[in-house]
Design a protein. Sequence first.
Length: 282
Amino acid sequence: MRSDYSPQRIVSLQPSATVILAALGKLDHVVACTKYCADVCPGVRNSGISIVADSWAAKSSQIVASNPDLVIAAVPYQEKAIAEIMKSGARFLGLAPKHLTDIYADITVIAGIMGAAERGQQVIGNMQREIESIRAQTKPLSGPRVFSEEWGKPLITSQPWVAELVEAAGGQFVGNPGVQTTAQGILAEDPDVIIAAWCGAGDRVPLEKIVRDRGWAKMRAAKEQRVYCIRDEFLNTPAPTLIQGLHALAAAIHPHHFPQPPGLRCIATRRDTSPDDPPVRG
């Protein structure tokens, strides 16, 4: 008689789900995932896992071909993508986290489904301890004002869980998390630190260009060369990888107290130039 009713064949349509499954020791149950999953979960590469469209552009034919007993997707969705997932006939778990508590809840749910509840609590506990460790280290330090963006055109502020991580890293988050804003509005706020983590851009955000094009040269963060790019997957993937983003934030906000980790890049140091000289590029 079968005793394990946990899913054996999972299609993951979002990197966060793949990372959570890997942290739970269940990556071997993933039969298909997106091309973005390999950026945060190297175990996907050369594993024989099929590559399918993500939560934004899901296709029922790809899902059916993978013969899953569970599909996991997460925001952002399109209505037609949800229809495609439902059309496949597979069981469907949809995630829509906003805060760190939501992410912990998602880990708990996936761990429960996979019969790994204890491991799920360990993963959550490890995240929480690391966050509290950084919080304790930054508590005595000054709190620079930090603007973090997840997209450049239109300009969109990073998600609420990033705002929480900024606070834990000893910064004061500028603006309303997860909403569209304007370059002029951020200039008026004159933050001390700028963080750019564009969805899908990896670490390739053109920092010098956005400062120039948005008229931010006189902003405090730009004048003091405190404009940073953090790898997209470290801040925009609501999963245990956020801890890497937390360390990058701490180093950007308090560079004299934390070593620069992988995935953090600062704007190129300026030269004494005339306004007609070409910009310095990193």
